[in-house]
Design a binder for this molecule. Structure first.
Ligand SMILES: [Zn+2]
Length: 80
């Protein structure tokens, strides 16, 4: 298989590149934010987005005209 067939995306939160297409999906599309994040971020933030990612997420949803979701019990943005 040709490497150039891979579809690479960069994670919306940590900025890491990951493969997202052609059989391998190492990330997750989060519908409420319309963001694609890598698998690591997705699994590490299951209780809500860590505060140091908030700014990126909030900026993105503002650009997209998405309203900020209700925060969870810990005061964090819900993961999805
Ligand atoms: Zn990431």
């Amino acid at each position: 298989m040709n490497n150039s067939d891979k579809i690479m995306l960069s994670c919306a939160t940590c900025g890491q590149q990951f493969q997202f297409g052609r059989n391998v999906y190492d990330g997750k599309f989060i519908l409420i934010y319309k963001l694609t994040v890598c698998r690591t971020c997705y699994s590490n933030n299951h209780d809500g987005w860590a505060p140091h990612y908030e700014q990126k997420i909030l900026m993105h949803i503002k650009e997209q005209g998405i309203s900020e979701p209700k925060r969870n019990e810990d005061g964090l943005l819900p993961r999805e």
